[in-house]
Design a protein around this ligand. Structure first.
Ligand SMILES: *Cc1c(COP(=O)(O)O)cnc(C)c1O
Length: 380
Protein backbone atom coordinates (compact mmCIF):
# COMPACT_ATOMS: atom_id res chain seq x y z
CA UNK A 1 0.00 0.00 0.00
CA UNK A 2 1.24 3.51 -0.74
CA UNK A 3 1.08 6.33 1.79
CA UNK A 4 -2.22 8.00 0.83
CA UNK A 5 -4.01 4.65 0.81
CA UNK A 6 -2.46 3.79 4.18
CA UNK A 7 -3.84 6.92 5.84
CA UNK A 8 -7.32 5.61 5.02
CA UNK A 9 -6.97 1.83 5.14
CA UNK A 10 -3.73 1.08 7.03
CA UNK A 11 -4.44 -1.44 9.80
CA UNK A 12 -8.20 -0.97 9.33
CA UNK A 13 -9.30 -4.45 8.20
CA UNK A 14 -12.37 -5.78 9.92
CA UNK A 15 -12.73 -2.91 12.41
CA UNK A 16 -16.30 -3.98 13.21
CA UNK A 17 -16.80 -7.74 13.08
CA UNK A 18 -20.34 -7.30 14.46
CA UNK A 19 -21.94 -5.15 11.72
CA UNK A 20 -19.20 -4.28 9.27
CA UNK A 21 -19.30 -0.55 9.93
CA UNK A 22 -16.70 1.23 7.82
CA UNK A 23 -15.42 3.33 10.71
CA UNK A 24 -14.49 1.57 13.95
CA UNK A 25 -17.20 1.89 16.59
CA UNK A 26 -16.36 4.06 19.60
CA UNK A 27 -16.13 1.34 22.26
CA UNK A 28 -16.99 3.60 25.17
CA UNK A 29 -16.41 0.93 27.77
CA UNK A 30 -13.97 0.39 30.62
CA UNK A 31 -14.33 -3.38 30.77
CA UNK A 32 -15.42 -6.48 28.80
CA UNK A 33 -17.47 -9.49 29.84
CA UNK A 34 -15.72 -12.82 30.20
CA UNK A 35 -17.45 -16.18 29.64
CA UNK A 36 -15.16 -17.89 32.12
CA UNK A 37 -12.28 -16.36 34.16
CA UNK A 38 -9.76 -15.26 31.55
CA UNK A 39 -12.14 -16.19 28.73
CA UNK A 40 -12.34 -12.88 26.85
CA UNK A 41 -12.38 -11.84 23.20
CA UNK A 42 -9.03 -10.04 23.23
CA UNK A 43 -9.88 -7.15 25.55
CA UNK A 44 -10.12 -7.24 29.34
CA UNK A 45 -9.88 -3.66 30.58
CA UNK A 46 -9.58 -0.44 28.59
CA UNK A 47 -6.31 0.76 30.13
CA UNK A 48 -4.71 -2.44 28.83
CA UNK A 49 -6.51 -2.28 25.50
CA UNK A 50 -9.58 -0.88 23.78
CA UNK A 51 -10.74 -1.79 20.27
CA UNK A 52 -11.09 1.83 19.08
CA UNK A 53 -7.64 2.67 20.42
CA UNK A 54 -6.30 -0.53 18.84
CA UNK A 55 -7.61 0.61 15.43
CA UNK A 56 -5.81 3.92 15.86
CA UNK A 57 -2.61 2.23 17.05
CA UNK A 58 -2.60 0.02 13.95
CA UNK A 59 -3.14 3.07 11.77
CA UNK A 60 -0.20 4.87 13.45
CA UNK A 61 2.06 1.86 12.89
CA UNK A 62 0.98 1.65 9.25
CA UNK A 63 1.52 5.30 8.29
CA UNK A 64 4.96 5.43 9.99
CA UNK A 65 6.12 2.16 8.34
CA UNK A 66 6.45 0.54 11.77
CA UNK A 67 5.09 -2.67 13.22
CA UNK A 68 3.68 -1.49 16.55
CA UNK A 69 1.79 1.67 17.52
CA UNK A 70 0.93 2.92 21.01
CA UNK A 71 -1.44 5.79 21.74
CA UNK A 72 -1.24 7.98 24.86
CA UNK A 73 -3.26 10.73 26.52
CA UNK A 74 -0.87 13.42 25.19
CA UNK A 75 2.39 13.83 23.32
CA UNK A 76 4.18 14.38 26.61
CA UNK A 77 2.69 11.17 28.03
CA UNK A 78 4.21 9.36 25.03
CA UNK A 79 7.64 10.93 25.71
CA UNK A 80 7.25 10.11 29.41
CA UNK A 81 6.77 6.44 28.46
CA UNK A 82 9.98 6.47 26.40
CA UNK A 83 11.91 8.01 29.33
CA UNK A 84 10.69 5.20 31.61
CA UNK A 85 12.78 2.76 29.55
CA UNK A 86 15.81 4.21 31.36
CA UNK A 87 17.23 4.10 34.88
CA UNK A 88 19.31 6.35 37.12
CA UNK A 89 22.81 6.80 35.71
CA UNK A 90 21.70 6.50 32.11
CA UNK A 91 22.49 9.40 29.78
CA UNK A 92 20.49 10.85 26.92
CA UNK A 93 21.69 13.20 24.19
CA UNK A 94 18.96 15.52 22.92
CA UNK A 95 18.65 18.32 20.39
CA UNK A 96 18.94 21.71 22.12
CA UNK A 97 16.32 23.57 20.04
CA UNK A 98 13.43 21.56 21.39
CA UNK A 99 9.73 21.65 22.27
CA UNK A 100 9.56 23.47 25.63
CA UNK A 101 7.40 20.79 27.26
CA UNK A 102 9.88 18.06 26.30
CA UNK A 103 12.70 20.14 27.80
CA UNK A 104 10.67 20.66 30.99
CA UNK A 105 9.87 16.93 31.28
CA UNK A 106 13.54 16.00 30.78
CA UNK A 107 15.03 18.58 33.14
CA UNK A 108 12.34 18.97 35.83
CA UNK A 109 11.24 15.34 36.16
CA UNK A 110 13.73 12.84 34.74
CA UNK A 111 16.93 14.69 35.66
CA UNK A 112 15.67 14.59 39.24
CA UNK A 113 15.24 10.82 38.92
CA UNK A 114 18.92 10.44 37.99
CA UNK A 115 18.92 10.50 34.20
CA UNK A 116 21.51 12.84 32.71
CA UNK A 117 20.71 14.91 29.61
CA UNK A 118 23.06 16.62 27.17
CA UNK A 119 21.34 19.27 25.03
CA UNK A 120 23.38 19.92 21.92
CA UNK A 121 23.07 21.32 18.40
CA UNK A 122 22.92 18.38 16.00
CA UNK A 123 23.11 20.11 12.62
CA UNK A 124 26.61 18.68 12.52
CA UNK A 125 25.80 15.08 13.48
CA UNK A 126 29.45 14.17 14.09
CA UNK A 127 29.42 16.44 17.18
CA UNK A 128 27.16 13.91 18.92
CA UNK A 129 30.08 11.49 19.31
CA UNK A 130 31.82 13.88 21.73
CA UNK A 131 29.01 13.29 24.22
CA UNK A 132 28.77 9.50 23.99
CA UNK A 133 30.10 7.46 26.91
CA UNK A 134 29.32 3.97 28.30
CA UNK A 135 26.23 5.33 30.11
CA UNK A 136 24.65 6.82 26.96
CA UNK A 137 21.44 5.03 26.00
CA UNK A 138 19.37 7.27 23.74
CA UNK A 139 19.60 10.07 21.20
CA UNK A 140 16.48 12.26 21.11
CA UNK A 141 15.94 14.23 17.92
CA UNK A 142 13.34 16.81 16.97
CA UNK A 143 13.37 17.86 13.30
CA UNK A 144 12.35 20.37 12.05
CA UNK A 145 13.05 22.07 15.38
CA UNK A 146 10.68 24.41 17.15
CA UNK A 147 10.57 27.34 16.57
CA UNK A 148 13.78 27.84 14.54
CA UNK A 149 13.08 25.22 11.82
CA UNK A 150 16.56 23.69 11.93
CA UNK A 151 16.82 20.35 10.17
CA UNK A 152 18.75 17.39 11.54
CA UNK A 153 20.02 14.60 9.31
CA UNK A 154 18.20 11.55 10.72
CA UNK A 155 20.20 9.07 8.64
CA UNK A 156 23.52 10.52 9.82
CA UNK A 157 22.41 10.50 13.48
CA UNK A 158 21.11 6.95 13.05
CA UNK A 159 24.51 5.78 11.78
CA UNK A 160 26.10 7.16 14.96
CA UNK A 161 23.40 5.57 17.13
CA UNK A 162 23.89 2.16 15.48
CA UNK A 163 27.68 2.33 15.70
CA UNK A 164 27.43 3.00 19.45
CA UNK A 165 24.51 0.66 20.15
CA UNK A 166 22.16 3.50 21.19
CA UNK A 167 18.44 3.93 20.62
CA UNK A 168 17.35 6.79 18.38
CA UNK A 169 13.97 8.45 18.94
CA UNK A 170 12.58 11.11 16.60
CA UNK A 171 9.78 13.52 17.49
CA UNK A 172 7.99 13.58 14.12
CA UNK A 173 5.23 16.00 15.18
CA UNK A 174 6.21 18.85 12.84
CA UNK A 175 6.94 16.82 9.71
CA UNK A 176 4.39 13.99 10.04
CA UNK A 177 4.91 10.72 8.13
CA UNK A 178 3.58 12.48 5.01
CA UNK A 179 6.83 14.44 4.82
CA UNK A 180 9.35 12.23 6.60
CA UNK A 181 9.61 8.59 7.73
CA UNK A 182 12.17 8.37 10.56
CA UNK A 183 11.94 4.57 10.94
CA UNK A 184 12.90 4.17 7.27
CA UNK A 185 15.87 6.47 7.95
CA UNK A 186 17.08 4.25 10.81
CA UNK A 187 15.28 5.55 13.91
CA UNK A 188 14.05 3.05 16.52
CA UNK A 189 11.17 5.08 17.94
CA UNK A 190 8.91 7.68 16.32
CA UNK A 191 7.03 9.97 18.66
CA UNK A 192 4.02 12.17 17.90
CA UNK A 193 1.98 14.82 19.50
CA UNK A 194 -1.16 13.67 17.65
CA UNK A 195 -2.69 16.87 19.03
CA UNK A 196 -1.13 18.62 16.05
CA UNK A 197 -1.17 17.45 12.39
CA UNK A 198 -2.33 13.85 12.91
CA UNK A 199 -5.53 14.94 14.67
CA UNK A 200 -5.42 18.04 12.51
CA UNK A 201 -8.55 19.81 13.75
CA UNK A 202 -7.46 21.29 17.09
CA UNK A 203 -10.08 19.27 18.95
CA UNK A 204 -8.08 16.64 20.81
CA UNK A 205 -4.90 16.20 22.89
CA UNK A 206 -3.11 12.92 22.21
CA UNK A 207 0.29 11.28 21.78
CA UNK A 208 1.68 8.29 19.95
CA UNK A 209 4.74 6.07 19.58
CA UNK A 210 5.63 3.75 16.72
CA UNK A 211 8.42 1.15 16.68
CA UNK A 212 9.53 -1.74 14.48
CA UNK A 213 11.21 -3.96 17.05
CA UNK A 214 8.99 -6.42 18.93
CA UNK A 215 11.02 -6.43 22.16
CA UNK A 216 11.02 -2.63 22.32
CA UNK A 217 7.28 -2.63 21.62
CA UNK A 218 6.73 -5.07 24.49
CA UNK A 219 8.66 -2.86 26.91
CA UNK A 220 6.73 0.23 25.83
CA UNK A 221 3.42 -1.60 26.01
CA UNK A 222 4.29 -2.72 29.53
CA UNK A 223 4.94 0.95 30.48
CA UNK A 224 1.77 2.14 28.71
CA UNK A 225 -0.33 -0.32 30.71
CA UNK A 226 1.60 -0.05 33.98
CA UNK A 227 1.72 3.77 34.03
CA UNK A 228 -1.71 4.12 32.45
CA UNK A 229 -1.43 7.38 30.48
CA UNK A 230 -3.77 6.09 27.77
CA UNK A 231 -6.22 8.03 25.59
CA UNK A 232 -9.96 7.44 25.52
CA UNK A 233 -11.97 5.79 22.74
CA UNK A 234 -13.68 9.02 21.61
CA UNK A 235 -10.34 10.76 21.16
CA UNK A 236 -8.94 7.68 19.40
CA UNK A 237 -11.83 7.89 16.94
CA UNK A 238 -11.20 11.58 16.30
CA UNK A 239 -7.49 11.12 15.57
CA UNK A 240 -8.19 8.11 13.35
CA UNK A 241 -10.62 10.28 11.43
CA UNK A 242 -8.02 13.05 11.24
CA UNK A 243 -5.38 10.69 9.84
CA UNK A 244 -7.68 9.79 6.93
CA UNK A 245 -7.19 13.29 5.46
CA UNK A 246 -3.59 13.81 6.60
CA UNK A 247 -2.18 13.60 3.06
CA UNK A 248 -4.73 16.08 1.68
CA UNK A 249 -4.19 18.56 4.50
CA UNK A 250 -0.40 18.28 4.40
CA UNK A 251 -0.35 18.92 0.67
CA UNK A 252 -2.23 22.19 1.22
CA UNK A 253 -0.20 23.08 4.35
CA UNK A 254 2.93 22.78 2.18
CA UNK A 255 1.49 24.85 -0.68
CA UNK A 256 0.24 27.60 1.62
CA UNK A 257 3.45 27.42 3.68
CA UNK A 258 5.53 28.07 0.59
CA UNK A 259 3.32 31.00 -0.46
CA UNK A 260 3.48 32.56 3.01
CA UNK A 261 7.26 32.03 3.33
CA UNK A 262 7.88 33.71 -0.04
CA UNK A 263 5.49 36.55 0.75
CA UNK A 264 7.21 37.23 4.08
CA UNK A 265 10.66 37.13 2.52
CA UNK A 266 9.66 39.75 -0.04
CA UNK A 267 8.10 42.06 2.58
CA UNK A 268 10.25 45.15 3.28
CA UNK A 269 9.46 45.18 7.03
CA UNK A 270 10.34 41.50 7.54
CA UNK A 271 13.90 40.65 8.56
CA UNK A 272 14.53 36.87 8.77
CA UNK A 273 12.23 34.08 7.57
CA UNK A 274 12.90 30.56 8.89
CA UNK A 275 11.54 27.93 6.49
CA UNK A 276 13.55 24.89 5.30
CA UNK A 277 12.27 25.26 1.73
CA UNK A 278 14.52 28.24 0.98
CA UNK A 279 17.63 27.21 -0.93
CA UNK A 280 19.78 29.34 1.39
CA UNK A 281 18.33 27.75 4.55
CA UNK A 282 21.47 26.29 6.21
CA UNK A 283 20.03 22.75 6.22
CA UNK A 284 18.07 22.93 2.96
CA UNK A 285 19.95 20.02 1.35
CA UNK A 286 19.17 17.70 4.26
CA UNK A 287 15.53 18.82 4.23
CA UNK A 288 15.37 18.06 0.51
CA UNK A 289 16.96 14.65 1.06
CA UNK A 290 14.80 13.44 3.95
CA UNK A 291 11.51 15.32 3.52
CA UNK A 292 8.93 15.15 0.76
CA UNK A 293 8.01 18.82 1.23
CA UNK A 294 8.77 21.65 3.63
CA UNK A 295 5.61 21.88 5.70
CA UNK A 296 3.50 24.73 6.94
CA UNK A 297 5.55 25.89 9.93
CA UNK A 298 7.34 29.21 9.48
CA UNK A 299 8.99 31.64 11.90
CA UNK A 300 9.97 35.21 11.09
CA UNK A 301 11.32 38.38 12.66
CA UNK A 302 10.70 42.00 11.76
CA UNK A 303 13.31 44.68 11.13
CA UNK A 304 11.82 46.74 13.95
CA UNK A 305 13.11 44.08 16.31
CA UNK A 306 10.91 44.92 19.32
CA UNK A 307 8.38 43.18 21.48
CA UNK A 308 5.93 45.98 20.68
CA UNK A 309 6.08 45.51 16.91
CA UNK A 310 5.61 41.75 17.19
CA UNK A 311 2.70 42.19 19.61
CA UNK A 312 1.03 44.67 17.28
CA UNK A 313 1.31 42.27 14.33
CA UNK A 314 -0.15 39.25 16.10
CA UNK A 315 -2.96 41.36 17.57
CA UNK A 316 -3.91 42.69 14.13
CA UNK A 317 -4.16 39.26 12.51
CA UNK A 318 -7.75 38.16 11.83
CA UNK A 319 -7.58 34.97 9.75
CA UNK A 320 -4.58 33.73 11.77
CA UNK A 321 -5.66 33.11 15.35
CA UNK A 322 -3.26 34.06 18.13
CA UNK A 323 -2.93 30.78 20.02
CA UNK A 324 -0.58 28.06 21.24
CA UNK A 325 -0.37 24.81 19.31
CA UNK A 326 -0.10 24.06 15.59
CA UNK A 327 -1.05 21.63 12.87
CA UNK A 328 -4.79 22.25 12.69
CA UNK A 329 -6.74 23.20 9.58
CA UNK A 330 -6.90 26.80 10.81
CA UNK A 331 -3.90 29.11 10.66
CA UNK A 332 -2.39 30.04 14.02
CA UNK A 333 0.17 32.63 15.04
CA UNK A 334 2.28 32.45 18.18
CA UNK A 335 4.79 34.71 19.87
CA UNK A 336 7.40 32.32 21.35
CA UNK A 337 9.11 34.91 23.60
CA UNK A 338 5.92 35.55 25.59
CA UNK A 339 4.06 32.30 24.95
CA UNK A 340 5.69 28.89 24.35
CA UNK A 341 9.23 29.94 25.31
CA UNK A 342 8.46 32.49 28.03
CA UNK A 343 10.06 30.34 30.74
CA UNK A 344 13.48 30.55 29.05
CA UNK A 345 15.55 33.65 30.08
CA UNK A 346 15.89 36.30 27.32
CA UNK A 347 19.69 35.82 26.95
CA UNK A 348 19.24 32.06 26.54
CA UNK A 349 16.46 32.59 24.00
CA UNK A 350 18.57 35.05 22.03
CA UNK A 351 21.34 32.43 21.67
CA UNK A 352 19.07 30.14 19.66
CA UNK A 353 17.44 33.04 17.78
CA UNK A 354 14.17 33.29 19.71
CA UNK A 355 14.24 37.09 19.85
CA UNK A 356 11.42 39.35 21.06
CA UNK A 357 10.20 39.98 17.51
CA UNK A 358 10.07 36.31 16.46
CA UNK A 359 6.60 35.21 15.34
CA UNK A 360 5.78 31.57 14.61
CA UNK A 361 3.08 30.67 12.12
CA UNK A 362 1.25 27.40 11.69
CA UNK A 363 -0.09 27.94 8.18
CA UNK A 364 -3.49 26.30 7.79
CA UNK A 365 -5.44 25.13 4.75
CA UNK A 366 -7.49 28.29 4.07
CA UNK A 367 -7.28 30.14 0.74
CA UNK A 368 -3.80 31.48 0.13
CA UNK A 369 -5.14 34.93 -0.90
CA UNK A 370 -6.87 35.38 2.47
CA UNK A 371 -3.78 34.38 4.41
CA UNK A 372 -1.50 36.73 2.48
CA UNK A 373 -3.98 39.61 2.75
CA UNK A 374 -4.20 39.06 6.51
CA UNK A 375 -0.40 39.15 6.90
CA UNK A 376 -0.13 42.18 4.63
CA UNK A 377 -2.64 44.08 6.71
CA UNK A 378 -1.06 43.07 10.05
CA UNK A 379 2.57 43.74 9.11
CA UNK A 380 1.57 47.01 7.41
C1 LIG B 1 2.96 19.80 21.18
C2 LIG B 1 4.24 19.08 21.05
C3 LIG B 1 4.63 18.11 21.98
C4 LIG B 1 3.80 17.77 23.20
O1 LIG B 1 2.58 17.18 22.85
P1 LIG B 1 1.24 17.38 23.72
O2 LIG B 1 0.24 16.62 22.92
O3 LIG B 1 0.96 18.84 23.82
O4 LIG B 1 1.51 16.76 25.05
C5 LIG B 1 5.84 17.46 21.76
N1 LIG B 1 6.63 17.76 20.71
C6 LIG B 1 6.29 18.70 19.81
C7 LIG B 1 7.21 18.98 18.67
C8 LIG B 1 5.09 19.39 19.94
O5 LIG B 1 4.77 20.35 19.05
Amino acid sequence: MKFNTKTIHGGQDNVDPAYGSVMPPIYQTSTYSQSTPGGHKGFEYSRSGNPTRASLEKSLASIENGNYGLAFGSGLAAIDAVMKLFKPGDEIISTNDLYGGSYRLFTSIFEGLGIKFHFIGMQDAAKIEDYINPNTKLIWVETPTNPMMNIIDIEAVSAIAKKNDLLLAVDNTFATPYLQLPLDLGADIVMHSATKYLGGHSDVVMGGLVVKDEKLAEKLYFIQNASGAVCGPQDSFLVLRGIKTLHLRMQRHCENGEAVAKFLRSHPKVDKVYWPGFEDHPNHDIAKKQMKGFGGMISFTTKENTLKSATQIVEKLKVFTLAESLGGVESLAGHPATMTHASIPAEERAKTGVTDSLIRLSVGVEDEEDLLADLKHAIG
